[in-house]
Design a protein around this ligand. Structure first.
Ligand code: GDP
Length: 437
């Protein structure tokens, strides 16, 4: 996928643009309240071209700001990007901080697109005038808040850079047989150890070599008559019996692995508890819409206190992924790995299960009888009929009057009814609405 980084001073409109570009997944996130983190990574799509957007946060562009600005996050985000969208505030005009950010970005030798934002109600050439001297070419004059010119801009950017990126997407996935399982997690949580446990030494059929640090390795294998392809983000590869680790932790890589998968196994280091980065990965797993299993690893090595602590954290930190089953495992000793497979299979089959339109409508009708939708503006919301819009994740499209105004609590109620009726376990369930009269 094409990766696009948003860069610029604070308040130039990066997060507004981020939200506009990544809106495609809002439906999932909205159905799972509790995910309150600021999102920094998101996915979007123009036509059939998917992309990943990274909001790098604000760069001050101040002289003293240069060091923190070089540090970590921003640098690795730009490093992974195929294109950099550099936002400036058209109403503020060109200021020195913009110029120092521009010269910082230039070091990366990535395609840079200058976006002059907040341009609504202004003459294009007037507002852009200041910015030509930055030497970044013809700016795109946009309004993130109003959406002006945003689609044209992103289409342009993608058609420039997307062809350079190997499109390993959807079409190619068919060549990876069976249940596609992405194993993700922070470095050293035990992903490689678990992967070796899962595939077993002799069952390995083939290895793909990763092309870049962003690529995962696809490992097909068979277990108890079921075919799988394991998507390895840790980069285990064996060369003459030497296990060599080539992991470079990358959120982009984790996102791509999740998107290519059917089921995500998120590995957590039980001795460290649920960290912020684990929560980021869980939020992204939710957004990906794939089935999810949480594996708390290194259970063998935990003190009773550590065990109590993590059980507590599982209770209060993970409401937004309450659909995901948790397993306490030891990858090192193999404890719990058999059960993990059982859950992976169950989650896969649940998230791929076809449901007939008549069953859907029977369940919808009963749900409405049990608990009728609210009155809005003095009129009762009517849910007329439903159909299945897709699988993995299951998407239920509900048609009715004023459905766009249904409160979230009612959506959540419907979601739970559908989940229960169709045994959609371990997967997000999406409800989308279509207004009819
Ligand atoms: P990765 O970076 O996520 O692939 O993590 P590794 O699989 O390389 O594991 C990191 C370290 O944790 C290694 O020293 C492993 O031996 C150790 N480790 C992995 N799983 C377990 C486990 O279940 N129990 C214990 N005690 N150690 C483990």
């Amino acid at each position: 996928k094409t990766v696009i980084a948003l860069v610029g001073r604070p308040n130039v409109g990066k997060s507004t643009l981020f939200n506009r570009l990544t809106r495609s997944r809002d439906a999932i996130v909205a159905d799972y309240p509790g995910l309150t983190r600021d999102r920094q990574y998101g996915t979007g799509r123009v036509g059939s071209t998917p992309y990943i957007v990274v909001d790098t946060g604000g760069l001050s562009g101040e002289q003293e700001g240069v060091d923190p600005l070089m540090a970590g996050q921003v640098q690795s985000a730009i490093g992974e990007a195929d294109a950099v969208l550099f936002l400036v505030d058209g109403r503020a005009g060109l200021i020195p901080a913009d110029e120092s950010i521009a010269s910082y970005i230039r070091h990366f030798n990535k395609p840079v697109y200058l976006l002059v934002n907040k341009a609504e109600g202004h003459k294009k050439d007037v507002i852009a005038n200041d910015f030509y001297q930055m030497g970044l070419g013809e700016p795109f004059v946009i309004s993130s808040a109003h959406g002006d010119n945003v689609n044209e801009m992103i289409e342009n950017v993608l058609s420039d850079v997307a062809q350079d990126v190997e499109d390993e997407d959807e079409l190619d996935l068919d060549k990876h047989p069976g249940i596609r399982v992405a194993v993700i997690g922070r470095p050293n949580v035990g992903k490689s150890t678990l992967i070796n446990r899962m595939i077993g030494e002799e069952r390995v059929v083939a290895f793909d070599m990763p092309g870049t640090t962003r690529d995962s390795i696809y490992v097909p294998f068979e277990r108890q008559g079921e075919l799988y392809t394991l998507i390895d983000t840790a980069g285990v590869r064996r060369r003459k019996n030497i296990k060599e680790k080539i992991e470079k932790f990358s959120i982009v890589k984790a996102i791509e692995a999740m998107e290519s998968s059917n089921v995500v196994v998120l590995v957590v280091d039980g001795s460290e508890g649920i960290t912020d980065q684990d929560l980021t990965l869980l939020g992204l797993a939710l957004e990906s819409g794939r089935g999810l299993v949480i594996a708390i690893n290194k259970w063998d090595n935990l003190t009773p206190d550590q065990r109590a602590k993590i059980k507590h954290e599982l209770e209060y930190k993970l409401h937004f992924v309450d659909y995901a089953k948790r397993h306490l495992i030891s990858a090192l000793h193999g404890t719990g790995v058999g059960d993990l497979f059982k859950t992976i299979n169950a989650v896969y089959h649940a998230s791929m299960k076809q449901v007939s339109t008549s069953d859907l409508n029977r369940v919808l009708e009963q749900a409405v009888l049990d608990h009728q939708p609210p009155l809005i503006g003095g009129r009762r919301v009517k849910l007329r009929y439903a159909h299945l819009g897709g699988l993995n994740p299951p998407r239920v499209i509900v048609h009715g009057t004023q459905v766009d105004k249904l409160p979230q609590a009612y959506s959540k109620y419907l979601m739970n009814v559908f989940r229960k009726a169709f045994k959609w376990v371990g997967t997000p369930v999406m409800i989308e609405y279509k207004v009819t009269s």
